[in-house]
Design a protein around this ligand. Sequence first.
Ligand code: GDD
Ligand code: MN
Length: 378
Amino acid sequence: MNETLPSAHATREASYVPAQLAVIVPTFNEVDNVAVLYDKLSVALAGRAWEMIVVDDNSPDGTAERVNLLSRAHSNVRGIRRIGRRGLSSACIEGMAATAAPYVAVIDADLQHDEAILPRMLELAIAGNDLVVGSRFAGEGSAGDGLSSARLKGSEVATRLAGMVAGNRVSDPMSGFFLVRRELFLELAPKLAHEGFKILLDIVVTAEKSGTHLSIAEVPYTFRPRHAGESKMSPLVVVQYLGLWGSKLTGGVLPPTFLLFGLVGGLGVAVHLVVLQALTAGLGVGFVVAQIVATLVAMTSNFFLNNSLTYSDRKLRGAKLWTGLLGFYAICSLGGLANVSIATLVFQWNHMTLVAGLAGAVMSSVFNYAVTRAFTWK
Ligand code: GDD
Ligand code: MN
């Protein structure tokens, strides 16, 4: 008898087909969508070797537990649970980095994207396209009933802004539905912004900037209304998008978080002046006391705004919030000192009040940004 029974190990190896396509699904509170999405993907991708990787930010609604149930029933489902982290772009990045499949797609969990076009997207990638975008605005595509009229208007403006930095390479640069070669993604990954919603735009711009000319294909589809749950789109996300856009306009020299930090700082100046005016003119408080109170109020509002806007992905909570606030006061006081010293030096040198004032302000902004980034929101 020369027939030997294969070992258990060999049996598994023989029946195992590695995934050709990984479908990355970022989730936050999508408990009633993940299983429906899996079923739909199974139909769309029947006969192909594919896997679904859900990247969940520890959703309070129990999405990760639901994904675990799916994993126990299907060998091609995995969940990554991120604790104490938030953010759509960074979730997509981590999901794409977690697979060995040569092609990776990103799709929303809420069934707004039409999974039925995935096989076509995959074919186009196999045929040599680096990036294939599911587009609401190409050919037969449409935003359907998936967007309210206000969202549609906003989406148009955002798409136009995106065109300014992405050079109109794609008709739907705001799409959250696309497929890339994993190797290309890995090449670009170190340069991608982790904040915000706009990973596709970032991939296109980053590739162009690093001199990689992408061949891009688009597949039209009709955007559907959300299945269960609620959208996470918010004014915050819009401002974060403006940060990313501004950063791309500077050719990436200024990071989005720096621009948002600067924006918050600008608002802080307004808060400071309003409080100062109200206290002195309104309540008759003496200047020095009013100035101290106004400074504290402005620093406090800057801290909370930065915590929810600039650093929404690493938001401080609980006890860390309060120690963070104290640290922020300390750092900003040093920043104030740096401001006055630089301004004084510049003033002694050229006697131009505005130039000296500006130099001081820039100095303290850069100082506050760099130091709070290293110590407060590390
Ligand atoms: N892990 C993780 N972390 N996932 C998130 C987060 C987060 O902080 N925020 C949102 N998601 C997930 C949602 O659970 C959903 O699966 C997907 O990202 C899209 O979020 P939605 O809240 O449904 O966004 P939307 O429908 O308003 O916007 C989508 O469509 C737009 C097209 O109009 C996104 O795909 C946008 O990128 C896209 O521009
Ligand atoms: Mn959605």
